[in-house]
Design a protein around this ligand. Structure first.
Ligand code: C5P
Length: 222
C-alpha cells in the first residue's frame, strides 16, 4: 500500500479512541474506529432479537447486512443498511453484546475486509483489538495502550456520570473485566500485544502526554 498506517490496540477503556482521534488530527490522517463496526452488528442482533449464541443466525445476518463507513466533518459514521446508527451503538449494553458476537469467524471476516480496504485508501490510524496482530500486520507503528483496571473503570465512570448515567464504579469495573476476558480468550484474533508493538501504560499520563508520546514514536519510525 502507498499509504501509511498506525495501529492502536488495547483493553477496554484504555483511551484508544481519544488518543487516536487526536493523533489523526495532528498528522492529518483518517481515524478508523473498528469497535464501532462490531458494535453496529451487535446492535442489529439486539434489535432483531437474534440469539447471540446462535452462530448460524449471526452468519445469516452477516450476509444480509451492509456496513458502510463514511466521514462527515471528520467524524466517522457507521451506516447499517444505509441507516446511520452511529449514535445508538455507544451504550454499555451494546458493548457487552459486542464482545460476545465478535468471536465469530464470519463477523470478523466481513469487518476485517472492510478495515483493510479502508487502509488502502488513505493514511490511517486504526484502533481495536487485533489491528497490529491481524488487520494491519505491516503498520508503520503499533501501539499497545494500557492502563490499570482501576483507572479505566474510573475514567469510564466519569464519562458516564457527566452524561447523567448513575452506573456504579464496581459494576463498570466488572463489565470491563468481563469484556477484556472475552476479548483475550477468544480463538480467533484475540486481544494481545503484537510482538513489534510498543506498550504505553497511560495510568499516570495525561491525554496530551500520551498524544505527544505516540507522535514522537511515530516520527522516529518514518
Ligand atoms: O473498542 P470498543 O469498546 O468499541 O469495542 C467493542 C468490542 O468490539 C470489543 O470489546 C471487542 O469485543 C470488539 N472488537 C474486536 N476487534 C476490534 C475492535 C473491537 O473484537 N478490532
Amino acid at each position: 500500500s502507498p499509504f501509511k498506517s498506525i495501529a492502536i490496540d488495547g483493553p477496554a477503556g484504555a483511551g484508544k479512541s481519544t488518543i487516536a482521534k487526536k493523533v489523526a488530527e495532528t498528522l492529518g490522517y483518517v481515524y478508523i474506529d473498528t469497535g464501532a463496526m462490531y458494535r453496529a452488528i451487535a446492535y442489529e442482533c439486539i434489535r432483531k432479537n437474534i440469539n447471540i449464541k446462535d452462530e448460524e443466525a449471526i452468519n445469516t445476518l452477516c450476509s444480509n447486512i451492509d456496513i458502510i463507513i463514511q466521514y462527515v466533518d471528520g467524524e466517522q459514521q457507521v451506516l447499517l443498511n444505509n441507516e446511520n446508527v452511529t449514535h445508538y451503538i455507544r451504550t454499555t449494553e451494546v458493548g457487552n453484546v459486542t464482545s460476545q458476537i465478535s468471536v465469530y469467524h464470519n463477523v470478523r471476516k466481513k469487518l476485517v475486509e472492510l478495515q483493510q480496504k479502508l487502509a488502502h485508501q488513505a493514511n490511517v490510524i486504526m484502533d481495536g483489538r487485533d489491528i497490529g496482530t491481524y488487520v494491519l500486520p505491516n503498520a508503520n507503528l503499533k501501539i499497545f495502550l494500557t492502563a490499570s483496571i482501576e483507572q479505566r473503570a474510573q475514567r469510564r465512570w466519569k464519562e458516564l456520570n457527566d452524561k447523567g448515567d448513575q452506573t456504579q464504579l464496581k459494576t463498570l469495573e466488572a463489565q470491563i473485566k468481563e469484556r477484556d476476558y472475552n476479548d483475550m480468550n477468544r480463538k480467533i484474533a484475540p486481544l494481545k500485544k503484537a510482538e513489534d508493538a510498543i506498550e504505553v501504560d497511560t495510568s499516570n499520563m495525561s491525554i496530551e502526554e500520551v498524544v505527544k508520546k505516540v507522535i514522537s514514536l511515530y516520527n522516529k519510525r518514518i
